[in-house]
Design a protein around this ligand. Structure first.
Ligand code: ADP
Ligand code: MG
Length: 340
């Protein structure tokens, strides 16, 4: 009887960004997975973009947190508040009239307890049915890879907190590896490098900007420079320095090597028949960190395989969660068990 008001929602609960897709409308929310709380009374004050602005520049009584740190749920209550806030925001009809079906894409390494917590939070936000999917699987579906076919595909989802590598065949993940290395660790590496080599202190947002503008994983055809503002470590006053892309590449070498090692390890563990498929089709990358300049070239060099980055790298997981709901009968077997 609620057919007229049926409403399907796909959510990518990422460590850096949360995206929400509503059937018939597309992606309507794309905001940082950040929650700001008031220390005085422990109340949530801002969620998403507003909260992210506060990271690193909050007054004493307000603290901004990333509740999905390192690909695990660091703070259940905050994740629940964030999910409920976004789900209510996109709900067109009152919840007593229509209860949506919701698919949530979650990091592949989350524990059964964490899975149940996400399901419960989503139900409390008004969902009628809740399904979970591992993010690399959702990315593969978002890339339009025929995941239920018998051939093997390797997908890498490089996000903010984790890089997740999966070999997918027959609707399941045959091999996978999740490393707690992503964009956030790269930002930290840049902060540490500038402090060590230039005696300059910078914050997370500046580090992220440096990474996006001149960061790379492989020599660039035209190396770049950038002016970076921060605080002089010794004098304690603001200072501007010019940084070269070669330096930032050096700063990023450790996290990038760790990602490359994880990819190689996953390839070693892949059954030979599927290796042959991957040799033909190559590796496809998604996630914001896959946009780092030269990461594809670096992995190509390390694996000797074709490596490409999908066009809509930042949206792919969310689009995958939406596609699952469009054809739940086909995709039911790719879903993550909720308990056990
Ligand atoms: P998650 O799935 O963990 O929420 P995303 O896939 O949304 O993460 O990716 C966010 C990460 O991607 C951030 O660390 C961000 O700095 C990084 N990122 C976004 N665009 C670029 C870019 N052009 N170059 C390098 N890193 C990028
Ligand atoms: Mg992601």
């Amino acid at each position: 009887m609620f057919g007229l008001f049926s409403c399907d929602i796909g959510i990518d609960l990422g460590t850096a960004n949360t995206l929400v897709h509503v059937a018939g409308k597309g992606i309507v929310i794309n905001e940082p997975t950040v929650v700001a709380i008031d220390r005085k009374n422990d109340r949530v004050t801002y969620i998403g973009a507003e909260a992210k602005k506060m990271l690193g520049r909050t007054p004493d009584e307000i603290v901004a947190k990333r509740p999905m740190k390192d690909g695990v749920i660091a703070e259940f209550e905050l994740v629940a508040a964030l999910l409920q806030h976004f789900i209510r925001k996109v709900q067109k009809y009152p919840l007593f009239l229509v209860k949506p079906r919701i698919v949530v894409g979650v990091p592949s390494g989350i524990t059964p307890v964490e899975r149940r917590a996400v399901v419960e939070a989503t139900r409390n936000a008004g969902a009628r049915e809740v399904y979970l999917v591992e993010e690399p699987m959702a990315a593969a579906i978002g890339m339009k890879i025929p995941v239920t076919d018998a051939s093997g595909h390797m997908v890498i989802d490089c996000g903010g907190g984790t890089s997740e590598i999966a070999v997918i065949s027959l609707g399941g993940t045959v091999c996978k590896c999740s490393v707690p290395i992503g964009g956030v660790k790269m930002d930290e590496a840049i902060i540490n490098y500038l402090r060590r080599e230039h005696r300059l202190l910078i914050g997370e947002s500046t580090a992220e900007e440096v990474k996006k503008k001149i960061g790379s994983a492989f020599p660039l055809e035209n190396e770049l420079t950038m002016e970076v503002k921060g605080r002089d470590l010794a004098a304690g006053i603001p200072r501007t320095i010019t940084v070269k892309s070669e330096e930032i590449r050096e700063a990023l070498s450790e996290p990038i090597s760790k990602i490359a090692e994880a990819v190689k390890k996953t390839l070693e563990n892949t059954p030979p028949e599927l290796s042959a498929d991957i040799l033909d089709k190559g590796i496809i990358m998604a996630g914001g960190t896959s946009l780092l300049k030269g990461l594809d070239a670096r992995l190509r060099l390390e694996t000797n395989l074709p490596v490409s980055v999908i066009d809509d790298a930042l949206l792919c997981v969310c689009k995958g969660t939406a596609r699952i709901l469009e054809d739940l009968d086909t995709y039911r077997k790719v879903l993550m068990p909720i308990s056990g």
